[in-house]
Design a protein around this ligand. Sequence first.
Ligand SMILES: [Zn+2]
Ligand SMILES: [Zn+2]
Length: 285
Amino acid sequence: MLRLGAHESIAGGLHRALERAASVGCESMQMWVKSSRQWTAPPLEEAEIAAFKAAEAETDIRPVVAHAAYLINIASPKSGLRKRSVASLIAEATRCEQLGIPYLVLHPGAHTGAGVDEGIRLAALSLSEVHAATEGFHLTILLETMAGQGTVLGRTFEELRAIIEATAQGERLGVCFDTCHVFAAGYELRTPEGYEATMEAFAAALGFERLKVIHLNDSRHPLGSHKDRHEHIGHGYLGEAPFRHLLHDARLDGLPGILETPKSADLHEDRENLATLRRLAKEAR
Ligand SMILES: [Zn+2]
Ligand SMILES: [Zn+2]
């Protein structure tokens, strides 16, 4: 069984994300480690770190997963933007290390016209630079499977493998599997046969030992649409079946399964989606 959780807001302080997650019954969670719309942030204060660790000690939420800012594009052919992305990623990795967060989910970037091969080369170069600057960190950066909108890299499992293989200390990298993105990229998840074929393709390209986090999102667009729009569990083109398969898959036991679905201030959508997932986990596959 997965450890179910959700992405929660850090409005009011990093520790507030943990409080929000606990209030809706999360067993794991995801958060930003700084404002997601800014390149930089002042260094973390000791008091912020202490408040976060105190809140974490009061819950059983584990792991806490961080998601890197969307601004970051480690595959950019514009060297200024790529260097800024590397610096920003190092700063986020440092924050994770200070907070004791084990995983940082990262979009592998977009080549913006330079071509897939050049994008893979630049993404790997950037990750090599980040690894060199974060020697000895406990943190693992996780490359996320992507829907493949526009020139975004990571629309196939093989593209992620190519980035990992070209990265210095590539063995330090892991992978985050997003159900909406994988389906929008063209991988079937709804039928038992389709689900198994997709998981076998994942195992062949990347291996389950690299899989550290699963994002549980339904999709607002159909199979192979290459559009990245998340929907509430069971209300999109995926429906309930893929989540039933995932929740009964012994290869995924103990991994965090994290919602990134729309929500309002009272978080009732998180409660509903978590209840749906817990019901599916009890139903026969
Ligand atoms: Zn993401
Ligand atoms: Zn995701």
